[in-house]
Write a protein that binds this ligand. Structure first.
Ligand code: T1G
Length: 696
């Protein structure tokens, strides 16, 4: 076979089937057909007494080809290929490297033996795509490692290292590179030992219904609103009581039902959207990134510490600058305590924690940042203070060193102007806690160079972050939309809804917390101080609600003061609403001439979510966000928007832009011109094009 992505050769008495389908050897139609053809050759080759299945390049099959999902399935289905492997009369050995995920692991489970290099990982992440393993994973894995362990792999979507997979029995041996040679040697030894095919399908399942019920209970809260994880449990349950062939039929039925859901479309959309967000439309492909081997952070507050840990966790040495030795030492102590906490919670080994801590050095002199390739300032959110820091950096650093500001709201164009080399200044807006939250808004000033962008985007991925480029506006993408979302929550409170009702309606829609609970958690004073700094209030908003400000004037900041919108007994558990909130809201309603009324939960969700969608469309029209899917990636990864809904802009398409725009006109009549449909939404609706049509 010359033009196939799959080739066959023999090495000694072992037939070797090799796939070469960049970038990740996804199991496309060509690969599936190619494996079958190669299997025919291997079975017909009398000198081949055993067979090895392997892949070129960076990974064994990383799963089905997700880009084929929306298209009519083509024979041979993956299940047919795996069935042929399992029924092969010669022993078949899978040679695993890279990430054998989803259909890739299912191919390996169809083989009779599995070997892997130490760096290999295996997993069944299908539920993260709104589907279930659809080519035998829910039927064969329980037969190999038992129901309980199989459910952990399938529902958690977690990847197993080669060593862990070997301990569990998913693979038979961890071998040294070169992998294909080791797999051939393993196959040769099988033949010499007279070992033949060992089909998993012939094995019985260990486990019982109690394992199934335990999994259902354990995942109920975490996967609230999701469909696929619970269908996967149904499929594994079937493995307990049905023979393989019937179990495979049921699994396929459940897979197809899942794949037809909006949840699956949303999650598969988000998979590609996340990767597309890293691509900047007008960045010339040949732009060379700069090496970042040493980072600097200025400011040892909560954000500065978290950001320093982000670099250290990614293996980069980082120098953290504070204004005094006392502040420097206090910061380093706090970071050490953070790592100690992770060790005591079993999240990190002591060695790893010590290794990461060793990468963080403290400083008090700007000269100590001289060898940094990138410095992130995370000082107090005040324009003049930040400009002074940037000017000092300018005087210290080489002209190539990038300067990033972690500001949440301030004008990055103005901050860049504080540098004599504004081309090297951009925003890196981390979300708190910086060493946990995945989202990173990369804020592009008018003067930010292509090199700066080409450097920070791959760096973000190396830091384990999901970068999304934003233009300069108040609040960038996420917080600008958050403001209108909170505006509507405040207005609904004025109009007679309660904070408990509003928070529960939003929680039931799928966000992890409602708008009032979130502000109590983060601190109501954060927004209060920002609004005071920017002079934001009734002058800009006739329906402005001063309730949050009035609470702050009474030092009622939320969880950290034991009272905010809610009252807290131990600083965390809310025991009820702060009665002052409803009083203040009623007084405002009276002052504004608003007759309070009963409001249904549907209106709560529409007002809060549609406001975000409309503002997101304005961000697109203004060129702040590159594409609608970027906005969705911001909200999925920075604010906990329910992944099974795809993000606010994907959700808008599921409503339909025509009915949505009509609804916005209705809201504008009832609540004022702020609800006027964004021009982009109106245009798309009249052209009958969805927002996803802009995702290029
Ligand atoms: N199908 C198609 N394209 C894929 C792909 C896939 N499965 N996985 C990755 N790509 C593309 C990706 O879009 C990007 O393209 C490039 O490869 C590099 O990816 C039957 C039905 C493998 C760990 O869920 O987790 O099997 O942007 O940037 O960070 O039961 O990709 O370069 O044009 O992510 O090194 C199950 C999904 C499918 C694995 C590599 N498999 N992929 O990460 O590179 S469902 C998965 C990943 C299934 C069966 C069911 C990661 C990776 P471009 P990348 P990376």
């Amino acid at each position: 076979m010359t033009d196939s992505v799959v080739s066959y050769r023999r090495d000694g008495n072992v037939g070797v089937i090799t796939t070469n389908n960049p970038p990740v050897n996804a199991l496309s139609h060509a690969v599936r057909a190619g494996i079958l053809a190669a299997l025919d050759d291997a079975e017909a080759d009398g000198a081949a007494e055993a067979i090895v299945i392997a892949c070129e390049r960076r990974t064994f099959h990383a799963g089905a080809d997700i880009s084929e999902f929306g298209k009519p399935p083509q024979h041979p289905f993956l299940g047919e290929v795996i069935d042929r492997l399992e029924k092969c009369p010669k022993p078949v050995v899978a040679a695993l490297h890279g990430t054998a995920l989803g259909g890739g692991l299912e191919i390996a489970l169809g083989c009779h033996y599995r070997v892997a290099v130490p760096s290999a990982q295996v997993g069944l992440p299908e539920v993260s795509l709104g589907i279930i393993p659809g080519a035998g994973g829910t039927q064969r894995l329980p037969r190999l490692i038992g129901v309980a362990a199989a459910l952990d792999v399938i529902i958690g979507g977690k990847r197993l290292t080669a060593a862990a997979a070997c301990d569990l029995g998913v693979i038979d041996a961890v071998v040294d590179a070169p992998l294909t040679d080791a797999a051939i040697a393993y196959a040769t030894d099988l033949v010499a030992a007279g070992k033949g095919p060992r089909p998993i399908g012939a094995q019985t399942v260990s486990g019982n219904e109690a394992d199934i019920e335990e999994a259902r209970k354990r995942h109920a809260r975490r996967y609230r609103g999701f469909n696929a994880p619970f269908r996967a449990i149904d499929a594994v349950e079937a493995s307990l009581r049905t023979p393989l062939d019937k179990g495979l039929v049921l699994e396929r039925e459940l897979f197809e039902a899942c794949n037809a859901t909006v949840e699956a479309r949303a999650l598969q959309y988000a998979f590609f959207a996340q990767r597309q967000a890293a691509k900047i439309k007008d960045l010339p492909k040949e732009t060379e990134p700069r090496a970042v081997d040493h980072a600097g952070v200025i400011g040892g507050g909560t954000m500065g510490r978290g950001i320093a840990m982000v670099f250290a966790d990614a293996g980069l040495p980082v120098t953290l600058l504070e204004i005094s030795t006392e502040a420097r030492d206090a910061t380093l102590d706090a970071i050490a305590k953070s790592y100690d906490g992770m060790v005591s919670r079993g999240r990190l080994s002591r060695d790893v924690a010590d290794e990461r801590l060793s990468r963080i050095s403290g400083a008090t002199d700007y000269a100590d940042l001289a060898n940094a390739d990138l410095v992130v300032e995370a000082v107090f959110e005040e324009m003049d203070i930040k400009k002074d820091v940037i000017a000092k950096l300018d005087a210290t650093l080489g002209t190539d060193t990038l300067i990033a500001t972690n500001t949440s709201y301030l004008d990055v164009n103005a901050l860049a102007s504080a540098s004599t080399h504004p081309e090297r200044v951009l925003g890196m807006h981390f979300f708190s806690p910086a060493n946990v939250m995945k989202l990173l808004e990369v804020v592009r000033a008018d003067t930010t160079s292509h090199t700066a962008l080409a450097t920070v985007m791959p760096l973000a991925k190396k830091l384990g972050k999901i970068p999304v480029v934003s233009g300069v506006c108040h609040g960038f993408i996420g917080n600008r939309m958050l403001q209108v979302y909170q505006r509507e929550a405040n207005r609904l409170l004025q109009e007679g809804a309660t904070i408990t009702q509003i928070d529960k309606a939003i929680y039931d829609f799928g966000l992890p917390m409602g708008p009032f609970a979130v502000r109590d958690l983060a601190g109501i004073d954060v927004g209060w101080r920002m609004r005071k700094a920017f002079g934001i209030g009734r002058a800009q908003d006739a329906r402005y609600s001063a309730v949050p400000d009035l609470l702050c004037e009474r030092d009622q900041f939320g969880q950290k003061t034991g009272i905010g919108f809610y009252v807290y007994e131990d600083g965390r558990k809310a025991t009820g609403e702060n009665p002052l909130v409803a009083e203040l809201a009623a007084a405002e309603a009276k002052e504004l001439g608003i007759a309070q009324r009963n409001i249904d939960d549907g209106e709560v969700v529409e007002r809060c979510i549609y406001a975000m969608i409309n503002e997101g469309a304005n961000l697109l029209d203004e060129g702040i966000a590159q594409r609608p899917s970027d906005i969705d990636i911001v909200w999925l990864n920075g604010y906990g928007f329910p992944a099974y809904r795809g993000g606010p802009m994907f959700y808008a398409d599921t409503i339909g832009l025509d009915p949505l725009v009509k609804h916005l006109h209705g809201l504008a009549e009832a609540h004022g011109s702020e609800w006027t449909p964004a021009p982009l939404l109106a245009r798309l609706a009249s052209d009958d094009h969805p927002l996803t049509s802009l995702n290029r």
